[in-house]
Design a protein around this ligand. Structure first.
Ligand code: GLU
Length: 418
């Protein structure tokens, strides 16, 4: 099972910030301000369940930094959601948006719940109540939620409707990752996986690894992993293993990803697939491959298994799948790590495109979105690569240095109020 190790995720985020602050010789006052989220909201979400019981869920929305513009970040529904995790993820969103040059600060939200045990109606009631509890916090020019783990276009549609009904207007720009019909963007659903694909393409070129026949392993077959797997497969890579929360499937000759996708839509899991051997999620991470894409959840590659990772490049599709201890072990083995705030930034980048389209009520063609995404991702990769060479640091440190310094610079320009 991919339970993940999210204990101490905030400690990790803070340690990363502290290390980067030292390298950048950051102003101590600005460093202190960046260590704390600007605003955190904890709400109770009373929800009527189908059997007549009343359940009270706990929800969060954390806005880490508002310096660059309205805040942006996903909403996750998961039993492991807690304030520390959401705060750490909000902080990562600040660096991610700044690294990509988006005019946003970072935010994150979530509700502690198990959606796999909830009906659609229960999910809708909970989403609407959660939205109304955070309604003063959000808005197209305040804070713009998006999907994250176990939330999707339908959840975004309910959030948009709840906000719009309370405002007495229709406000598509309040969330991104909406259905197309409600002001969503072409390409948004695929954007995170597509971004992973573009980043891997740029990194492979840099390291002289041919795409044709490159062996790929993907952990997680959700919105990120399944799209990355498909695009890599369609670009002649040999996807040898994929998995979801129920387990994985391995075929050294390569899996037929299109067949797998069709089957998955039917059966709801890749683990039933016949053309390969069943493996666990743990075994999957240790397979010999060129590209490993952990696209499930945090805390998957740790000091316990990093030593056995045999990939040449690891692209973090999820947020925080590699712990700092594992990072060090991988660096020692000369494994290239493409960090989350770069590798999975395609999602928030196309969210930005969606928001721009909503504000202008002018919608783009899909090829325009994908072309611009490719441009933005490749340019960000080149910036990170150049700084990592100049400073002799790994790609994660370079990416964080770029993100943090941009926010710090903006904070300095704005000064301290009052
Ligand atoms: N939840 C995604 C992330 O972690 C997307 C956030 C967004 O589109 O605002 O980057």
């Amino acid at each position: 099972m991919m339970t993940g190790d999210h204990h101490g995720m905030l400690d990790v985020a803070l340690a990363q910030l502290d290390a980067v602050a030292k390298r950048l010789a950051l102003d101590p006052g600005i460093h202190k301000r960046l260590r704390q989220p600007q605003r955190s909201l904890i709400v109770s979400v009373p929800t009527l369940m189908d059997d007549g019981r009343l359940e009270v869920f706990t929800g969060f929305r954390v806005q880490h930094d508002l310096t660059m513009g309205p805040t942006k970040g996903g909403i996750r529904y998961h039993p492991g959601v807690n304030l520390e995790e959401i705060t750490a993820l909000a902080m990562l969103m600040t660096w991610k948006c700044a690294l990509m040059g988006l005019p946003y600060g970072g935010a994150k939200g979530g509700v502690c719940c198990d959606t796999t045990r909830m009906s659609l109606v229960e999910l809708e009631r909970m989403t609407r109540r959660y939205t109304s509890e955070i309604i003063l916090f959000i808005g197209p020019d305040r804070d713009i939620p998006a999907p994250d783990m176990y939330t999707n276009e339908q959840v975004m549609a309910w959030m948009m409707d709840t906000y719009s009904m309370q405002q007495g207007i229709t406000s598509p720009g309040v969330v991104t990752g909406k259905p197309l019909l409600l002001g969503g963007s072409l390409g948004r659903r695929e954007a995170t996986g597509r971004g992973v694909y573009y980043i891997l393409k740029a990194a492979a070129k840099e390291h002289g690894i041919a795409f044709k026949g490159a062996r790929v392993v993907v952990q997680g077959f959700g919105n990120v992993g399944s799209v990355a797997a498909r695009l890599l497969y369609e670009d002649d890579c040999c996807v040898v293993a994929v998995s979801d929360h129920r387990g994985g499937i391995y075929n050294p000759k390569g899996l037929d990803i299109l067949k797998l996708l069709a089957e998955c839509a039917d059966k709801g899991s890749v683990s039933e697939h016949r053309d390969g051997d069943r493996i666990t999620n743990e075994e999957l991470l240790e397979l010999d491959c060129d590209f490993l894409v952990p696209a499930a959840t945090e805390g998957q590659i740790t000091e316990k298994n990093a030593d056995r990772v045999r990939a040449r490049i690891v692209a973090e599709g999820a947020n925080g799948p590699i712990t700092p201890e594992a990072d060090e072990i991988l660096a020692g083995k000369k494994v290239v790590v493409l960090p989350d705030i770069l590798a999975n930034a395609g999602g928030v980048t196309v969210s930005y495109f969606e928001w721009v389209q909503d504000l202008q009520q002018y919608f783009w063609h899909e090829h325009e979105i994908n072309d611009r995404l490719s441009e933005v991702m490749t340019a960000a990769f080149q910036r990170v690569l150049a700084l990592s060479r100049k400073e002799r640091v790994d790609l994660r440190t370079a990416a964080l240095m770029l993100g943090v310094s941009r926010v710090a610079e903006a904070k300095k320009l704005r000064g301290l109020y009052p």
